[in-house]
Design a protein around this ligand. Structure first.
Ligand code: ADP
Length: 447
């Protein structure tokens, strides 16, 4: 960049100096010609009758004019006398100044004289008294000669110019590159880039935006990493839990089957063995269908549609009434009519079924379950055993049950609330529980 600025400034200033010296030479040349013309007019006025119109008279007059060249010509341009010629000169009728003088009475011309070998300015005038033309010439410089004369001083200017350009380049690159360097350093250090120069603001803006998007991408990558780690841990935990849940009924079935195969059991013992094998098989079947259900919800990409939640909630209450009646539990309907929700029938059925069934299951004899529904939320409140504070956060986890002994009896493997939470999360709903041990719990879904 520095080199470019230097070359560019040198080129511009060289051109500037060259053009300026050309113009000033031309101006100077014009004014010096005007000046010479003035001189020549004054010289011409000094002519008098005392000068003979031959070489001698011309030399005499020339002497009076500080050595200016004097030429006398007759009306046909024949030279009758010349201060600088040794012999006779050729006819001057074709000279520009003579032609002008014939036409206008007087005339000027500038050219190189072969006789004297110099650039000359001539003034020629007709004198009626003597009936002759007198020409006076003084040396002058042509425009190019003047320009050539000025070249040494131009060269001097050029040297100064190169030095000035070097200084300018150094200063300008310093002032331009320094703020750019500062921006680059800030950007590479992931800092917010600031600049007081309006010209650099677009660059600062782009760098800030780019840094921001990199930070965002890094954050996303880290989050994804964390999720992957958590997913792996949760998968391991899930497998451990499933194995554990399956192991208990399988051990029991195997034990009783072995006893039966050995024989020697009385009728009562046999009946106990059959019943245990049957109930433990049911427990296994239950566990498998719970797991299938859970994984189906995980992979549920089926389209949603409008579900009449009011009707579905009432149906669920009716379906679970016999179970509630067995324990003398009252089901209270606080359901608003015509609440519609964009979901699927089976998903909403899972939520209602799990929440109401739990409210009955973890209730006390003679208690109550209130199902409230409006357009913004669904809540299921019971007057049951409640949940200890330390378990509130855990109950939505897979395979979590407060009382391990009940596992499997009613399909309670600790998967019900996990399913409910999964459906809510996928729909973007919020689910939470408020509970007090021994008083009851209230589960709320905010749509
Ligand atoms: P489960 O099949 O064991 O009921 P859930 O996931 O539905 O599995 O519930 C997990 C645990 O949360 C239950 O084992 C129970 O301890 C507790 N729980 C759920 N609902 C209630 C409730 N309404 N009252 C008290 N405890 C509850």
């Amino acid at each position: 960049m520095r080199k470019r600025i230097l070359l560019f400034s040198l080129l511009i200033t060289f051109l500037g100096i060259f053009v300026f010296s050309l113009i000033s030479t031309s101006v100077y040349y014009k004014s010096s010609v005007e000046h010479s013309k003035e001189y020549l007019r004054v010289y011409m006025n000094a002519f008098g009758e005392q000068y003979a119109l031959d070489n001698g008279g011309a030399a005499e007059f020339s002497e009076r004019l500080n050595g200016a060249r004097v030429t006398f010509m007759d009306t046909r341009g024949n030279v009758t006398g010349d201060s600088d010629a040794d012999g006779t000169l050729e006819n001057h009728a074709d000279r520009e100044e003579f032609i002008l003088a014939v036409a206008n009475g007087d005339g000027f011309a500038v050219r190189n004289s072969e006789t004297v070998g110099k650039d000359m300015i001539y003034y020629c005038k007709y004198f009626a008294g003597e009936d002759c033309y007198i020409r006076i010439g003084i040396p002058t410089s042509s425009e190019w000669a003047l320009f050539a004369q000025s070249l040494p001083s131009v060269a001097g200017y050029l040297i100064v110019d190169v030095l000035m350009c070097l200084l300018f380049t150094f200063l300008s690159t310093y002032f331009i590159l320094d703020p750019v360097k500062k921006i680059a350093n800030e950007a590479s250090a992931n800092m917010t880039v600031n600049t007081k120069y309006a010209e650099l603001e677009p660059i600062a803006y782009i760098l800030n935006e780019r840094n921001r998007s990199i930070r965002l991408q890094l954050k996303e990558i880290n989050e994804e990493k964390e999720l992957a780690v958590r997913a792996r841990a949760s998968k391991d935990e899930f497998i451990t839990n499933v194995t554990h849940e399956m192991n208990t009924p399988l051990t029991s079935i195997k034990g009783y089957a072995e006893l039966l195969s050995v024989g020697g059991l009385n009728e009562e013992q046999k009946q106990t063995a059959y019943k245990t094998i049957l109930s433990q098989s049911e427990r296994l079947t239950n566990l498998i269908s719970c797991m299938i259900n859970y994984s189906e919800i995980d992979n549920d990409d089926l389209p949603s549609y409008e579900v009449d939640l009011s009707a579905l909630a009432r149906e669920t209450l009716a379906a679970l009434k016999p179970e509630a009646d067995k324990r003398n539990i009252t089901l209270i309907d606080d359901i608003r009519d015509n609440v519609k929700i964009f979901s699927r029938h089976e998903r909403m059925s899972e939520i209602l079924g799990n929440l109401i069934r739990n409210a009955i299951r973890y209730n006390k004899e003679g208690g109550s379950v209130t199902v409230s529904l409006d357009f913004t939320r669904l809540s299921v409140e019971d007057t049951g055993i409640g949940i200890a504070e330390e378990n509130i956060d855990k109950i939505f986890s897979r395979f979590f049950t407060v009382d391990k002994s009940h596992g499997g009896k009613n399909g309670g493997f600790g998967l019900g609330l996990a399913v409910v939470r999964k459906i809510c999360r996928r729909a973007g709903w919020k689910i939470y529980v408020q509970s007090e041990p021994d008083k009851g719990s209230k589960f709320t879904v905010e749509f």
